[in-house]
Ligand binder design. Structure first.
Ligand code: NDP
Length: 294
């Protein structure tokens, strides 16, 4: 078993981003700038946004966190997004999900200028991704591709089984792995909670991407010998053993599955760190105007 080490790969790519950001800053007289909007006080969301902001600072970006109480109106939020869309000093804008129930996430996603949509959730970016055109790719699947690329893993012709079909992970992952690109060129099966005999589907996989949100869901009896296993899951459980008061678990039973897999990502220390890298790369591209100019 070999480890797909998110800590090592993310550190290396962040060094490259830092150099490029410094060059951009010298040439343009300003730093790449990411704005994150956070609504309410969800603990997980606060941790994710704080980590995104911290990583922006680390690579030499400017970052701004705009916070709203959970009772902010949809109109107020949309007005702020419209204001940011027009602000040339801001390159990327993300609105942390989930949002309170009275705010329509689809409306919010579509309100963001697709040229600043560094989360890659806007339908224009999703459509362009499907057609293999330059676009912002959702950060988590982008991070997975960067990881596979870093280790030189040849995915061409392999059978990939993605478990989970969310808009932010499973669904774009399945599109990206099927594209005529490298990494890509896989034969893809996209599975979900209505899939019949999930175990039989996963057992056929050369590459498994688990994005379910259930601790240790993928067990060793579901995994073929030599499979490449990408664990996207982040499941938090209270713990007295850690300083933070919680422990993170993936969607894959790492201890048992790692005995059969050829490559595997740990949790923590795997895909989560690569997601941040995906977001940073998108923000840099937005600043440089290499995907969309003007
Ligand atoms: P969602 O809850 O949006 O989607 C979960 C998917 O899993 C759904 O498509 C669901 O199917 C499917 N599913 C649930 N139960 C089963 C089951 N018993 N059998 C088969 N499929 C099932 O989750 P996300 O995609 O947002 O996140 C998935 C995991 O990844 C979570 O742990 C999340 O915390 C983590 N995550 C990690 C990130 C990172 O940076 N590493 C970033 C984003 C998420 P159906 O559609 O039928 O309901």
């Amino acid at each position: 078993m070999k480890l797909l080490n998110g800590k090592e790969v993310s550190a290396k790519i962040k060094e490259d981003i830092k150099k490029e950001a410094a060059e951009f800053t010298v040439q343009s007289g300003r730093k790449p700038h990411l704005v994150a909007i956070l609504v309410g006080n969800d603990g997980g969301s606060e941790t994710y946004v704080a980590s995104k902001m911290r990583n922006c600072e680390l690579v030499g970006f400017e970052s701004t966190n705009i916070r709203y109480e959970a009772d902010v109106t949809e109109e107020e939020l949309l007005a702020k997004i419209a204001e940011i869309n027009k602000d040339d000093s801001i390159d990327g804008l993300i609105v942390q999900l989930p949002l309170p129930k009275h705010i329509d996430p689809e409306k919010v996603t579509e309100a963001i200028d697709y040229k600043k949509d560094v989360d890659g959730f806007h339908p224009i970016n999703l459509g362009r991704m499907q057609r293999n055109l330059p676009c912002f790719i959702p950060a988590t699947p982008y991070g997975v591709l960067l990881m596979l690329d870093h280790y030189g893993i040849d995915t061409s012709g392999k059978h990939a089984v993605v478990v989970g079909r969310s808009n932010i992970v499973g669904s774009p992952m399945s599109i990206l792995l099927a594209r005529n690109s490298n990494p890509g060129n896989c034969t893809v099966t996209l599975t979900h909670s209505r899939t019949k005999d999930l175990k039989a589907e996963v057992l056929r996989a050369d590459i498994i991407v688990a994005a379910i949100g259930k601790k240790n869901f993928v067990t060793a009896d579901m995994v073929k010998d030599g499979a490449i296993v990408i664990d996207v899951g982040i499941n938090r459980e209270d713990s007295t053993e850690t300083k933070s008061g919680f422990k993170l678990y993936g969607d894959v039973d790492f201890d048992e599955v790692s005995k059969k897999s050829s490559w595997i990502t740990p949790v923590p220390g795997g895909v989560g760190l690569m997601t941040i890298v995906g977001l940073l790369k998108n923000t840099l591209e937005a600043a440089k105007g290499t995907i969309y100019s003007g």
